[in-house]
Design a binder for this molecule. Sequence first.
Ligand SMILES: Nc1ncnc2c1ncn2[C@@H]1O[C@H](COP(=O)(O)OP(=O)(O)OP(=O)(O)O)[C@@H](O)[C@H]1O
Ligand SMILES: [Mg+2]
Length: 325
Amino acid sequence: MKMATKRKRKLPPTVEEEYRSAFGEYAQRGGEAALERAYELGRRAIAEKKSLMEIASLHHQTIHRMLVNTQEAARRQEVLAAGSEFLAETLSPYEMAHRGVQDAIAALRQLNEMLEEEIKRIAYAVHDEAGQLLVAVHLALADVTRELPASQREPIERIEGLLNQVEKQLRRYSHELRPTVLDDLGWIPAIRFLAEGISKRANLNIQIKTKVAGRLPGPMEIALYRIVQEALTNAAKHSKASQVSIQIARKNRNVSCSIEDDGVGFDVLAVQSDGKRRGLGLIAMQERLNGIGGTLSIDSVRGRGTKLLIQLPTEVSHANSHRAG
Ligand SMILES: Nc1ncnc2c1ncn2[C@@H]1O[C@H](COP(=O)(O)OP(=O)(O)OP(=O)(O)O)[C@@H](O)[C@H]1O
Ligand SMILES: [Mg+2]
């Protein structure tokens, strides 16, 4: 009986095999072509998500193997020198990727700063200009009231009562938009102020548990405030929760802040992978945190509420925020 002979298909070399082979070539003959292989290898290693530790260890093993077989001292020196050139070339794509990320973070930070300025401008416009207009309406109503007999003034007084409420709400919104307390007293008092407003408007019990005191660098405080603002807005808008708990802690140089509701929960993966998704809140939170070196994890189960956890190493971001400024 004739047996079907299966031919083994040759697999392309792995990063490790390619590294050994390309370095062997460079250590033997030198030359640009081998260095180009090193560079391409670096790009491939990034695409395959190899860490720098893995590359360092691969390099160490390759050099070690080669030195074991090299007796002559001068040749050993040559292998070592070739090794450092080859490694540098392999790592240069990592260096470029790192710089690209740093540039993107700097651009993001600049964008956020511009956005903050714009928010400030709108907050002041709502506060001052809308406030002035309302004062003008009050004065005009007072004129009308004066012309009317006392028996007909009641509807105007009701309008004045409503206008007072509008004014109060506008003031509140403008303060929440860009609370002066954020600049004066810091992010935690600002969050307390915000929670108080949202709690009344959305009929939501919001508890804040923290023993943390002291200030963080400005960009971090603004980012944390904005993130908690979005989390509370989401809880009020989507969760149908009755209770939200915010916990802020500081351990060594790390700040953590969790925002947990007892609402309906949602399918995080489905929301994040929905190509047609409209919401910007969760993405904006993530990007704000990227800008200051923090992380966000979202834990949500349908029917069992949502917990957001922000973790922020303040030391690293502190340095970043100085560099940005
Ligand atoms: N606390 C929560 N409870 C229940 N569902 C939530 C909660 N937070 C977010 N979601 C769900 O995740 C989706 C995405 O939230 P995201 O903040 O990104 O967008 P949005 O709130 O819909 O719109 P935007 O924030 O742009 O005004 C929401 O539409 C909602 O379905
Ligand atoms: Mg939202």
